[in-house]
Each structure stands twice: as C-alpha cells, then as structure tokens.
Design a protein around this ligand. Structure first.
Ligand code: HMG
Ligand code: MG
Length: 298
C-alpha cells in the first residue's frame, strides 16, 4: 500500500537558487521562504554554508537565516560541507544540517574537492557537534543512480556511502539523482541499497527532473514505502558541479500527484503555486512546474 501521508522538503531556496546566474537578493529569498511556509511546507532547505568562492549565490547565508520569520512546527535546514561551514551555520541556529557526500568519486572531487572517504572524515566531527547541540543531521548521497563523469552508478556504491553515513551518526539519508538520469526501477534499486542501513522513516528521495523522470521515480519510491521527498518550488535548481543538470522535480507537480492519489501533504496547492509564481516572476522566466502552469492559465 502507498503511504497515506507524505512530507515534502522544499529545497528551492537552496538547491534552486544556488544555480542561478543572477544574484537573488536576500530579501527575495526571505520572502520565498515566507511564502513556502504560508503554503504549508513543514521543512524548508534555506541555504548552504559552503565556500562563497565556489558558490557565490549562497554567500548571503547568514543574512537569509537571520531574516526569516520562523514559524513553530516548521524546520529550517542548511547544507554544511565541513567544520568551517558548521561553525558559521550553528550561529544561525538551524533545526537541521545536511552533510553531502556522493556515490561517485569523480563527483565528490568536483563538488567538494575531496574523496568520498575524506568527506566522511570531514563530516564525522561536524555530525558529532551538531548532534550534541540537538540538531538533526541529514545526509545527501549525490549521484545515487548516475554521475556526469562516471556514468551509471551501481547500487552497492550507494549502500557503501549509506553505511559510512550511518557509522558517523547521520540520522537520515536523501538518495539523490543529481542529474535526473534515473528511471523507476534503477531508482528503486538505489533506494533499496540505502534501506540496507536506514529505515523507511529515515530516508528520502531527491530527484532532479532533467530527463522528465522525476514524478515516475517519486511514484516508484512511494511503492517502496518511502514517504519523504525533496522538491523545489517552480522546479528551480541544479547543481553547479553537475553540468546540464536541471532543477529538482517541481513541488507543485509532486503535490498535484499526491493529492490526486488521496495522499495528504498538508500543503495548500494554490498558495504553493503563488510562491512559485513569485520567484518565477522575480527571475523573469516561466515556471518549470507543469501543474503550476496549468493552474495559472485556468
Ligand atoms: P576547498 O577549496 O577544498 O576548501 O573547498 P579549503 O578547506 O581548502 O579552503 C579553501 C578556502 O575556502 C579558504 O579560504 C577557506 O576559508 C574557505 P581562503 O583561505 O582561500 O580565503 N572555506 C569556506 N568558506 C566558507 N564556508 C565554508 C568554507 N570552507 C572552506 N564552509 C569546499 C572545499 C567543500 C569548501 C568547497 O568545495 C565547497 O564549498 N563546495 C560546495 C559545493 C556546493 O555547494 N555544491 C552544491 C551543493 S551539493 C548539491 O547541490 C547536491 C544536492 O542537492 C543533492 C544532489 O542533487 O545530488 C545536495
Ligand atoms: Mg540537488
């Protein structure tokens, strides 16, 4: 049976806006977060504490965290690649941090400038410090089905990273199809690999929609009992270190899919569409969400 309830994390302010050519002012990001929480999102990935030389789009991380009006019951998460990022992040009191590793060595090098094993060693003290402060620690496993540099990735490699994350105390893993090459059966194999080390309540899907497979992959994940997903309002996003990768699956499209199947999300689709319209208008382009586009033209 499919889950009756799904939790969506909107990663638009982070995954979405990290890849924008134009600099989006902190005030616009803050307004986007506000609109997402008004729409009923219970978790928002706000920003990342990475090097501003690598990702200048996230250089305003502390300003954005300071500017958001936190709502009780909403969790605010941030990406952290190392101890330096954690020290900056903790001052802004996120509810949750996300450490990010890859199932591909080449991608690990391009994205965070170190090997997979080195990344785990970097995360170890970060995870311990975060947990000591009662922050929840999520891990992301990039390139869980395919890598822009290495091609197809075997499920065993996902299992291996999940095992290492479990060992250092990461509480939840997101299985990420960074470049959107996955199809439903391959995505199920990747999720099952992570499920060797994490329970169904500790795993989420993070699907980019480059090849238009993300909704199908979401349904395939639901069929395994996975009930937590990252998505990005208006389908914003992409990773600067994964050439050609487009945005995450649009949150609006996932909500439309789930509500259509009678699965509860707690999200008001109309308000979510408004949030997507707000950021698309700011960026001066059409939304990547098919559902939002259909609903606007009604
Ligand atoms: P590095 O150059 O190897 O770092 O970068 P370093 O430790 O050698 O330090 C070099 C310089 O960076 C120093 O400054 C440090 O202070 C500074 P300098 O002395 O030259 O002036 N530095 C920092 N500054 C601010 N915050 C920090 C920080 N760390 C070092 N945290 C590093 C290593 C990890 C920092 C770099 O590679 C980096 O920032 N990478 C981030 C890449 C990124 O953000 N990628 C996108 C997010 S992941 C993603 O999108 C995938 C996901 O969505 C899932 C999926 O779809 O796959 C999550
Ligand atoms: Mg991503």
């Amino acid at each position: 049976p499919l889950p009756s309830r799904v939790k969506l994390v909107d990663v638009g302010p982070r995954d979405g806006l990290q890849n924008e050519k134009q600099m989006v002012p902190a005030a616009v990001k803050i307004e986007l977060v506000q609109r997402l929480q008004n729409a009923g999102l219970k978790e928002i990935e706000v920003t990342s504490f990475v090097s501003p030389k690598w990702v200048p789009q996230m250089a305003d991380n502390a300003e954005v965290m300071a500017g958001i009006a936190r709502q009780p019951g909403v969790r605010y998460s941030v990406l952290v690649p190392n101890q330096q990022g954690f020290e900056a992040a903790q001052k802004t009191q996120p509810d949750e941090i996300v450490v990010f590793a890859a199932a591909s060595e080449a991608f690990s090098q391009r994205n965070i400038n170190c090997s997979i094993a080195e990344s785990i060693e970097r995360f170890r003290p970060v995870v311990a410090a975060a947990r000591a402060q009662n922050m929840y620690v999520r891990g992301a496993i990039s390139c869980a089905v395919g890598c822009p540099y290495e091609g197809e990735i075997a499920p065993e490699r996902v299992a291996q990273v999940a095992r290492l994350m479990r060992e250092i105390g990461v509480q939840h893993v997101g299985v990420a199809d960074t470049i959107g090459v996955g199809t439903p059966l391959k995505v199920q194999r990747a999720l099952e690999a992570a499920l060797q080390h994490y329970g169904l309540d500790e795993i989420s899907g993070h699907f980019h929609d480059t090849y238009g497979q993300a909704l199908a992959n979401t349904l395939a994940a639901l069929q395994l009992g996975v009930w937590q997903f990252d998505a990005s309002v208006a389908g914003l996003g992409g990773c600067p270190y994964a050439k050609g990768a487009t945005g995450n699956v649009a949150t609006e499209d996932v909500v439309y899919l789930l509500h259509g199947m009678g699965i509860d999300t707690g999200i008001d689709l109309e308000l979510l569409v408004d949030a997507g319209q707000f950021i698309s208008d700011y960026l001066g382009r059409k939304s990547n969400s098919r559902a939002a586009t259909a609903l606007w033209t009604k």
